[in-house]
Design a protein around this ligand. Structure first.
Ligand code: ZN
Length: 148
């Protein structure tokens, strides 16, 4: 029900935009119909039409943009997972083929080396450039941006 939220938000943005435009057209027609020769309503009706259409169109930008943002974030997360999976597989096959050691091939140090601090807790990794301690979940040094 909540999968592909980005896509849903984008369709919602389109629907809301069209509802707004249609409502503006109906409103404008109603205003025009309410006018007569002595009480001309052409301009207010036109204004309602233009402002309503532009408003719903511009307003939908933000909703649509949010949808785009969520979609690209999900896509990035998925791509990252794929890359990590790929790297992990390559690392393992490289290790096992180069060695005849029967012991289980260690996973690449890139993935399996949570640094141990003096207090004995695993709390991430140290930057090889500036020795900053970074969160285990981060891929880049928070201080200098070097990849781990
Ligand atoms: Zn650093």
């Amino acid at each position: 029900m909540f999968e592909n939220i980005g896509g849903k938000i984008k369709s919602l943005a389109k629907v809301i935009c069209w509802i707004g435009i249609i409502a503006s057209i109906i409103g404008a027609i109603a205003i025009w119909a309410a006018g007569d020769r002595w009480n001309p309503t052409f301009l207010p009706g036109l204004l309602t039409l233009v402002v309503g259409c532009l408003g719903s169109w511009l307003g939908s930008f933000f909703t649509y943009g949010l949808g785009e943002l969520i979609e690209s974030t999900q896509q990035n997360a998925y791509t990252n997972t794929q890359i990590l999976e790929h790297l992990r597989k390559n690392g393992e096959s490289g290790k096992s083929s180069s060695k005849s050691d029967p012991s289980p091939a260690p996973t690449p140090s890139y993935f399996s080396r949570p640094h141990t601090t003096s207090s004995g807790t695993t709390s991430g990794w140290r930057c090889k450039q500036c020795d900053t301690l970074n969160a285990a979940t981060s891929l880049y040094c928070k201080d200098c941006g070097t990849s781990r």
